[in-house]
Design a protein around this ligand. Sequence first.
Ligand code: CP
Length: 317
Amino acid sequence: MQHYTHINDLENLQEAVQEAITLKQEPLQFEQLGKGKTICLLFFNNSLRTRLSTQKAAQNLGMHTIVMNFGSEGWQLEYGDGVIMNQNKSEHVKEAAKVISQYCDIVAIRAFASLTNKEKDKQEEVLNNFIKYATIPVVNMESSVGHPLQALADAITLEEHKTSHKPKVVLSWAPHSKALPHAVANSFVQMMQLQDANFVITHPEGYELDPKITKNIPIEYNQQKAFENADFIYTKNWSSFNDYGKVLSQDKNWMITSKKMKETNNAKFMHCLPVRRNVVVADEVLDSKNSLTIEQANNRTFAAQIVLKKILNKLFS
Ligand code: CP
């Protein structure tokens, strides 16, 4: 694997999940693999889990890590070709990506969607320009369109907790006061398309995700109906895709409560975190024994470790 920008960059998701579950038993077993290698983590946006788990994963593989809050500490980057740079952008991504490639062996990037310009967000300007100009592998730590490290961690968590061969998994929209990106939901959908599962998406009308991503996944506008017989409820807020970046509804009736969870098949509750308590999900659900949120965050380390291991293996081959 050269870059990891999408869940489909994994040759075989099921094999990667099993590898991660095995690795979890003995996380330091490949600590010689990354010896003398350096990963640079560039954050254009905030993070808790991604930052710490990716650093931890790299360290478990013996790598050095350099972390930079590029959004607040780096020069403002220009991405356009042939631009006269006489405004507020101090450095072109062409130089920045090539310079970083001299210091590091892998670069990982977090750059969220603007949620103001759909076409620009779809172009993944930051991620794709680093892929274009860097001479080292690039890892997506959440871009405008996807969060494949989260999706791999979620696949590991599903595998560890499923009790039937073909579980019912529901991706449920929930309310939020701010406009949030589609990246986590998109990558979860793309990951579920590689699973043997009964997968349903539920959200209020107007919150359809990009149909090029959801394809033929069933959408149920009645949350109660969607929850019937569910084994996993994966909850996430996202803003409208059609009315791009808009908050169309903050309907409290979509919040996940224990009453709703009782309508399921004793479902496990999942959320990528951070989560707003008693807005997205009630305390009673988040604090219940069926909540897998802390384990999902734990699995971020092993998801990142499998990805970095595959990239290092390719570098050495
Ligand atoms: N789930 C996730 O990516 O968390 P952070 O935004 O804290 O990294």
